[in-house]
Ligand binder design. Structure first.
Ligand code: TXE
Length: 495
């Protein structure tokens, strides 16, 4: 076992009084104290003050003042440079940020370093590269001009204003950086609302941003109960746009509230992502693919696969080998560098996953492996393999967001493809085969915002990400984000 030692800086950070980060300063606030619990031990590690109406007002006002003042006066290239400096600072504080993340979310320290911090740094640098390249276009005007004068039109890409970013607990740094960096490079300012379960990482990132030179008010963080703060933030007159990642029901409510006020909203919601394995894959390739697609971060990844379609001749052998592999996974403290299965992120989530698996068992699905918590403190749940009765099993329709793969056999690829698409959701999907012809054709027919061929879950800043159907709207990354964080103004002139 290689248990990492908690840094002194992390220990002292946890002991401090926490609340919000507003107008360039840490600001504890006066709201009720909320416990931050380490999911690996179920013990409290820190406290944070919940936000109230005064905190929301202060954060929105600071963000609006920066939007029209200091941030507007920062040139596009200088904005890009600041993002690069923040990336460097986060790299210097990699271990500290990773430890704070692991202690709050239960993510393994290896993933906190490699996925949360390193990927956040990569995304910051990608977005920094857009600085100075976000622009409109000139266009010919076809209205006939009288008396020989000429007409010319062009468009301006204007930043929207203050962006409210509502963040879930599964990637508290990375998802915040996706939204924050996109907004900032476009000239917007941000007010982030982290999850109640992971309120601390972005407080530290916002401090680092101020240290490297971001002007006060460009980045603000308000913590507290989303049900209370969400409406206050969305309905605030300075809120120009909402970007949300999280559960489907909460996302629908956020979407309705923002749309009712004609505010643009990006929703990245969950789903029930499918992976289709074709018969030409070997059993070992299928087992490796399933582990990659379904069990990363205990399945707490919005793009993870939860529905698996396997050829009927191979299903039982794959499930047997998969169960053997999962049984060897090291369930341990997430601070252990060899840990492969850490805890789920919070008690409510553990209860939800456990309840769904119990319901599946009662309804007649077969729990081939796992299905319960190991005998140890913390919110652990064993990686679980469910062989479902049919396409209509609850396990093939509702998101567990946990380490639970549900498996169904097929005999006919066309029917399997129809089952993949028979979902109200469409965030992500994958097809696994060595047959190029089928890989290309099936990937084109899969109804999802992102489709992988012979891989799953990995995101790249250059490729747009977002769902179709009930999985949301809008796109993050690539050049597509520009549409979501700017508006077009048209200018026509006569000369
Ligand atoms: O999510 P919520 P929760 C799933 C997962 C989990 C379930 C509930 O299955 O068990 O959702 O988790 C804020 N207006 N996912 O309750 O409610 C909230 O404070 C505005 C999937 O944590 O979606 C937090 O900051 N905001 C998922 C954020 O919304 C509100 C990731 C997300 O919380 C609000 C996380 C309101 N009325 C959980 N109510 C994914 N697919 O990425 C809450 N919030």
């Amino acid at each position: 076992m290689n248990q990492v030692a908690i840094l002194e800086t992390v220990k002292s950070f946890f002991q401090r009084e926490h609340g919000h980060f507003i107008n360039g300063l840490s600001h504890p606030g006066k709201g009720a104290l909320r416990q931050v619990v380490n999911p690996a031990t179920a013990q409290q590690v820190a406290h944070v003050h919940d936000g109230c109406v005064e905190d929301v007002e202060a954060a929105m006002t600071a963000a609006q003042q920066a939007f029209t003042g200091s941030w507007a006066a920062t040139s596009a290239l200088a904005r890009g440079n600041l993002l690069l400096k923040l990336a460097d600072a986060m790299e210097r504080h990699r271990e500290e940020l990773a430890q704070i993340e692991t202690l709050c979310s239960g993510k393994t320290i290896v993933l906190s370093r490699g996925l949360e911090v390193d990927q956040a740094v990569a995304f910051l640098r990608y977005f920094a590269g857009w600085a100075g390249k976000i622009c409109g276009e000139t266009t010919d005007i076809s209205i006939p001009a009288a008396q020989g004068e000429k007409l010319r039109g062009y468009t301006l890409r204007e930043p929207l204003g203050v962006v409210v970013g509502i963040i879930p607990w599964n990637f508290s740094i990375l998802i915040s950086i996706w939204k924050m960096a996109a907004a900032l490079v476009c000239g917007c300012t941000v007010v982030l609302k982290p999850s109640e379960y992971t309120p601390l990482t972005m407080l530290r990132v916002a401090q680092l941003a101020t240290e490297v030179g971001f002007p006060a008010g460009a980045i603000n963080v308000v913590n507290g109960d989303g049900r209370l703060l969400g409406p206050m933030l969305i309905e605030h007159p300075f809120c120009a746009k909402v970007t949300f990642t999280g559960s489907v029901p909460t996302g629908r409510g956020v979407g309705n509230s923002a749309s009712a006020l004609a505010k643009p909203v990006t929703l990245e919601l969950g789903g029930k992502n499918a992976a289709l394995f074709l018969d030409d894959m070997t059993v070992e390739e299928m087992v490796n693919g399933i582990i990659e697609a379904g069990y990363l971060n205990q399945g707490q990844v919005c793009a993870s696969a939860e529905r698996f379609y396997l050829p009927s001749g191979k299903l039982d052998e794959v499930l047997e080998k998969l169960s053997q592999r999962l049984a060897q996974f090291r369930v341990a403290s997430p601070l252990d560098e060899a840990c492969q299965i850490g805890p789920l992120a919070n008690k409510a989530h553990l209860d939800k996953v456990l309840g769904m698996v119990n319901q599946a068992r009662e309804e007649g699905d077969e729990i081939v492996y796992g299905g319960c918590s190991p005998d140890q403190p913390g919110y652990y749940f064993l990686p679980t393999v469910v062989k479902v009765r049919s396409e209509n099993s609850m396990m093939m329709r509702e998101e567990t967001f946990g380490p639970v793969g549900s498996f169904l056999a097929y005999d006919d690829e066309e029917k399997a493809l129809a089952m993949v698409n028979n979902s109200p959701f469409g965030l992500a999907a994958s097809v696994w085969t060595h047959n190029l012809h089928k890989a290309m054709r099936y990937s084109e027919r899969m109804q999802a915002g992102i489709v992988w061929i012979n891989m799953h879950t990995l995101l790249d800043p250059a490729l747009p990400f977002g769902g179709i159907k009930g999985s949301g709207n809008g796109r993050e990354f690539g050049s597509a984000f520009i549409n979501d964080y700017t508006r077009l103004k048209s200018v026509m002139m006569r000369y």
